[in-house]
Design a protein around this ligand. Structure first.
Ligand SMILES: Nc1ncnc2c1ncn2[C@@H]1O[C@H](COP(=O)(O)OP(=O)(O)OP(=O)(O)O)[C@@H](O)[C@H]1O
Length: 707
């Protein structure tokens, strides 16, 4: 739904910028919040108990101090005797010091427990969101999601950690000061305590009214963040299409709603203070009035009355705090509901629970074990896929209320093949790609990698085996190096980065960057051109490696020569036994594929195997990659002597240092413990060999045999 826009104005996209509050989930009660979030206090409960104990002891110390006030007034002051002053005064000072120290300790322990809780909750929420299907997150306003993760987590903390300590501490304070006041004069204590329910009820009444506004505030806050995020991230479009006035209006609208909700909330809070004060003052005046009568009858001393009024000033704040807990519970209950909604989003795919004691790592014809005595990294290497062939069997992907995104698609992609998928926009190519990395599972049918259903792979293992180059070249606001090496488990070293940059066509522009690899790429890589971003993303995918590469329109933004070079690189990867699936709209490129699959309206329209396809059954052990067991398909003949550098040689030394050429992880890279990576073997074919062979094939001749 697009907001109605007066004619002649540029419409702003998206739904009503301030979602209807009715769409927000119903508020959770405090017990519901505790049931859900209390487990996150694990490891912090001792600190919470310590804080409560410290606050309680501080209250006891304060009560003793007030007793001493009474002693001082009735002794030293009434008798005008300084000798009666020093002793109680010294004790009072000492006790006050202890109370201050205990209050400090309690505050520090509370803050420590609260901050750790918030951090844990934020981490859990963030982690969970990263298991949700990307398209599910895309459906939500990012600003609203951010507001939930940042602000609502704080509110939940207020209820789960600070709220518990405050509630228990205030209740104990009321009991302790109440008993102390009772000991002074039970009649006065009754007068004081009579005001307590009035204060409590007053706050309860205000709670319900405040809840409505706290909910609106939350919703409006999320909408404001979303509006800001959308207009700023699309700033180029906003400026180019003269949409600033429309964006200004949109922001003004959401800002206005936030302002209104906040003002109403503040007005209620502002009423609460004076009303409570009024009740407190009435109680105080009653105490003084009755106290004067008691003093006249000799039932109470002046010191006793003073002590009593002091108790009063200590007693009402915790009573007020108890009343206000309702307000906290109200607004935090709304936040908790918003957070729970995110936490309850179902992950895109579910991992099967491994059977007890089962080893779910991939075991497909494991390669000869590297000798750990001669190869120190052997123990850290993954068990790789020996034959990364893909089989898609009768796969259907449904889309509620719309036509199936894929219908009964079946394909077989042999290991070591370069398969290109083409088809018109919206045909289902990217959906097919999503299945291969399990961004979603098919509704019917299955996908097999190396003969095994993808659902049987641990997700992390699967995504180590299948590297995806998404259609959009995602960039982090970091340096070029950090972007290229993102997702690579260990520092690949400059040589490997250089080679990946060469193969993706990024080297030339990287050389020209003022700070080389240390150049920041800006928000979403905006400091680079679209083509440069695409090349960088490609370099990242090549560097990450893995037995299967899935590239969704990798040649977008590449010039024809760069696109051609990329295919040459991909062919070299298939020479190593990798399986490459490439989605493209470029018909020219498909001439170099082993197999071309055309998808139309979610169905395989045509699938043709190139007559020159070199994909052939691969015998395991025919030529295993030395380190990982990845199958490399060798040339039938010995390598030619050629003037072009072998693919294992560096091409340049600037701005990179020299080093051997490998794909994936270079031999000099140090593995980081605890992470498995697939390490591909070295390439065995030169570019010129490959190009010569392809040309020969195109001319329908036998490949030129190197001399
Ligand atoms: N998140 C989504 N929710 C619902 N339907 C979707 C979603 N994403 C894509 N679709 C629909 O699924 C169908 C296939 O989309 P897909 O992105 O796979 O097409 P494609 O062939 O990759 O297109 P293009 O070449 O334009 O990238 C389309 O009809 C599209 O509208």
């Amino acid at each position: 739904m697009v907001s109605p826009v007066p004619s002649g104005e540029v419409p702003t996209p998206g739904a009503d910028p301030v979602p209807d509050e009715a769409t927000d989930p119903p508020r959770l009660t405090w017990p519901q919040v505790l049931r859900r979030f209390w487990p996150l206090t694990r490891g912090r409960r001792a600190a919470m108990a310590g804080a409560l104990l410290a606050f309680t002891l501080a209250v006891v110390a304060d009560a003793i101090g007030i007793e001493l006030l009474s002693t001082l007034i009735d002794g030293a002051v009434e008798d005008a005797d300084l000798s009666q002053f020093w002793h109680p005064a010294a004790i009072w000072a000492g006790i006050t010091l202890c109370a201050a120290a205990l209050t400090y300790l309690g505050s520090v322990l509370t803050a420590s427990a609260a901050e750790r809780f918030s951090r844990r909750l934020r981490a859990q929420t963030h982690d969970h969101l990263l298991t949700v299907a990307p398209e599910e997150l895309d459906r939500r306003a990012l600003g609203d999601v951010l507001s939930r993760v940042v602000d609502d987590t704080e509110d939940v903390e207020h209820l789960t950690v600070t709220g518990i300590i405050d509630a228990a501490g205030s209740a104990l304070a009321v009991v302790i000061f109440g008993i102390a006041a009772w000991r002074q004069s039970w009649m006065l204590a009754l007068v004081v305590l009579a005001a307590a329910p009035v204060i409590w009820l007053l706050n309860r009444w205000l709670t319900d009214r405040t809840h409505r506004f706290s909910m609106r505030t939350r919703v409006a806050h999320g909408a404001l963040t979303s509006a800001l995020e959308q207009s700023l991230t699309n700033s180029a479009l906003v400026q180019a299409y003269n949409a600033r006035p429309a964006e200004r209006r949109r922001l003004s609208l959401v800002s206005g709603r936030l302002m209104t909700a906040r003002l109403r909330q503040t007005r209620l809070a502002a009423v609460q203070g004076p009303l409570t004060e009024l009740v407190e003052t009435a109680g105080l005046l009653a105490v003084i009035g009755i106290g004067v009568i008691d003093i006249a009858t000799g039932d109470l001393t002046v010191g006793g009355l003073l002590a009593f009024t002091a108790y009063l000033t200590f007693l009402y704040p915790p009573i007020t705090a108890l009343g206000q807990l309702g307000l906290t519970a109200s607004s935090s209950g709304t936040s908790a509901a918003r957070l729970v909604e995110l936490l309850d989003l179902t992950p895109a795919v579910r991992e099967l629970e491994p059977a007890a004691g089962a080893d779910r790592r991939v075991h497909h014809s494991p390669p000869p074990n590297p000798d750990p005595t001669t190869d120190p990294t052997a123990a850290l290497r993954p068990v790789p896929l020996a034959r990364p062939d893909l089989v898609i069997e009768n796969v259907t992907v449904r889309s509620p209320g719309r036509a199936d995104r894929l219908s009964d698609v079946s394909l077989r992609i042999p290991a070591g093949a370069l398969v290109m998928v083409t088809g018109p926009s919206g045909a289902g190519k990217s959906t097919l790609v999503e299945l291969l990395v399990r961004f979603r599972d098919p509704d019917t049918g299955r996908v097999l990698l190396a003969g095994r259903d993808l659902r049987d792979f641990p997700l992390e293992e699967l995504r180590d085996q299948v590297t995806l180059l998404p259609q959009e070249p995602f960039m982090f606001d970091e340096t070029v190096r950090e972007n290229i090496t993102y997702g690579v488990a260990r520092d690949p070293g400059t040589d490997a980065i250089r080679i990946a940059a060469q193969d993706s066509g990024a080297e030339e522009f990287l050389k020209r960057l003022p700070e080389g690899l240390a150049t920041p790429v800006g928000q979403r890589g905006r400091a680079l051109s679209g083509g440069q971003r695409q090349r960088l993303a490609l370099a990242r995918a090549l560097l990450r490696g893995g037995p299967v590469l899935v590239l969704d329109e990798p040649t977008t933004g590449l010039d024809p020569q760069a696109a051609d070079d990329l295919i040459t690189t991909l062919r070299l990867l298939t020479e190593q036994g990798r399986t490459v699936l490439l989605v493209t709209h470029d018909r020219e490129l498909t001439r170099r594929a082993d197999q071309v699959v055309e998808i139309r309206a979610g169905r395989v329209h045509r699938s043709s195997v190139s007559p020159h396809s070199r994909t052939r059954p691969i015998r395991v052990g025919q030529r295993l990659g030395h380190s990982t067991g990845l199958v490399a398909v060798p040339d039938a003949s010995p390598e030619p002597r050629t003037s072009e550098p072998r693919i294992s040689e560096p091409r340049t030394s600037e701005p990179w240092t020299t080093g051997p050429r490998t794909f994936g992880h270079p031999p000099d890279a140090r593995p980081s413990p605890g992470r498995r990576r697939t390490e591909p073997p070295k390439a065995t074919t030169t570019r010129s060999q490959l190009i010569r062979r392809e040309r020969a094939q195109e001319q329908n001749q036998a490949p030129a045999q190197p001399s």
